[in-house]
Design a protein around this ligand. Structure first.
Ligand SMILES: [Zn+2]
Length: 369
């Protein structure tokens, strides 16, 4: 028997071997919201009604897909999944760490100019709103400590050491995750998109290991039961239908990734050129007690997958991953940066519907074996 989310997020036992399926996070924002944000600042109080309407509509449409776990589509994460918590911090400058994408554009994070380090916004604020509208378990994504560690400049800040910064960063992250768990998030997903990018920046793997060590310090502050509700998302990026590290071999990343002491892993897979090779690496490095949710929907591919496409991808994964450790997800969010309008809301929800239906078809096929 497997446990699956029932009404109000409580786990219920099911006689079926249902393969769990979860989204990653973002859904393209309504164009009216994107335009209003572009015309002002994303934090303008006048936008409150638009944010609220977008969240309400997103949750209603998410639930209509049949997805057993939903998100708020990150409608309020302005500007993105990466810097939402530090947007507007006064002790920052705009010229921080850069991530270049294959399409030619660059995304940039703020640089810390002085201490102390405090979040401006905690993701559980978004969860409060989502839980008001949701009838199904809500997952909450948060940014990793390793991503935010990139805000500290290469040269030490006078009067604010890197060690003090890391202490404060870990405390802020822990507070955010703990609040989300306490408020009833089904899962808390730590977005770790910079993992694969780290291998691109530093092929020796040293930067990746620094990231993993830092994130494991954060994870170690939670109990085993809490860590079972914490997951890690890895992907090559999916902004404006483009990746930042799709050319980095997963073989350089995944063995180290599973060193993280998290309960769940959300691994982009649908967009990989050789999925079987990746599945074999996962099989060889996944640890007991860890569940891997493999991506069966590619948000970058404009074609809407059919449920049968998804079913075949799940059955393929089930050849390599023990069923009790296998779940499915989307490869990434559909719009990790709020101003990305390359995918429509209709397409995103149609793809999610295919994920849910295709995963169900695969579960049925496996039952019938
Ligand atoms: Zn992603």
């Amino acid at each position: 028997m497997m446990m699956s989310p029932g009404p109000n997020g409580r786990a219920v036992s099911s006689p079926m071997t249902n393969i769990p399926t979860e989204p990653i996070g973002s859904i393209p924002r309504p164009l009216a919201l994107v335009e209003a944000v572009a015309a002002s600042d994303g934090t303008d109080p006048a936008l409150a009604t638009l944010y609220d309407e977008a969240t309400r509509d997103t949750i209603a449409r998410f639930e209509a897909t049949g997805s057993p776990v939903i998100t708020d589509g990150e409608q309020r994460k302005y500007h993105n999944f990466w810097t939402y918590c530090v947007h507007g911090l006064p002790n920052t400058a705009p010229d921080g760490f850069q991530i270049p994408f294959a399409a030619g554009h660059v995304r940039r994070m703020p640089r810390l100019t002085a201490g102390p380090f405090r979040y401006q916004t905690y993701a559980d604020d978004y969860l409060d709103v989502a839980l008001r509208y949701a009838h199904r378990p809500v997952k909450q994504a948060v940014i990793s400590p390793s991503a935010l560690s990139l805000m500290y400049p290469a040269d030490p800040l006078p009067g604010y050491s890197r060690e003090e910064f890391i202490d404060e960063l870990l405390r802020e992250h822990e507070t955010e995750v703990r609040n989300c768990l306490t408020k009833g998030a089904w899962k808390v997903q730590i977005d770790f998109t910079e993992a694969r990018f780290a291998v691109k920046v530093d092929p020796s793997g040293e930067l990746l290991h620094r990231f993993i060590d830092l994130n494991n310090i954060a994870m170690s502050r939670f109990s085993t039961d809490e860590r079972a509700r914490i997951g890690i998302h890895t992907c090559p990026g999916a902004d404006r239908d483009s990746t930042h590290s799709g050319d980095v071999d997963y073989a350089e990343l995944l063995p180290s990734l599973f060193e993280l002491i998290a309960g769940s892993f959300y691994v982009a897979l649908a967009g990989e050129p050789d999925r079987v090779r990746v599945l074999k690496i996962i099989r060889d490095h996944l640890k007991p007690g860890q569940t891997v949710f493999v991506g069966v929907i590619d948000p970058i591919d404009p074609r809407i997958e059919t449920p049968e496409d998804v079913r075949e991808r799940v059955l393929e994964a089930a050849e390599y991953i023990p069923l009790e450790q296998l779940g499915t997800c989307d490869d990434c969010g559909f719009s990790p940066f709020a101003d990305d309008t390359t995918t429509s809301r209709d397409t995103a929800f149609a793809k999610i519907r295919a994920r849910v239906e295709g995963t169900r078809l695969a579960s049925e096929r496996i039952q019938g074996r």
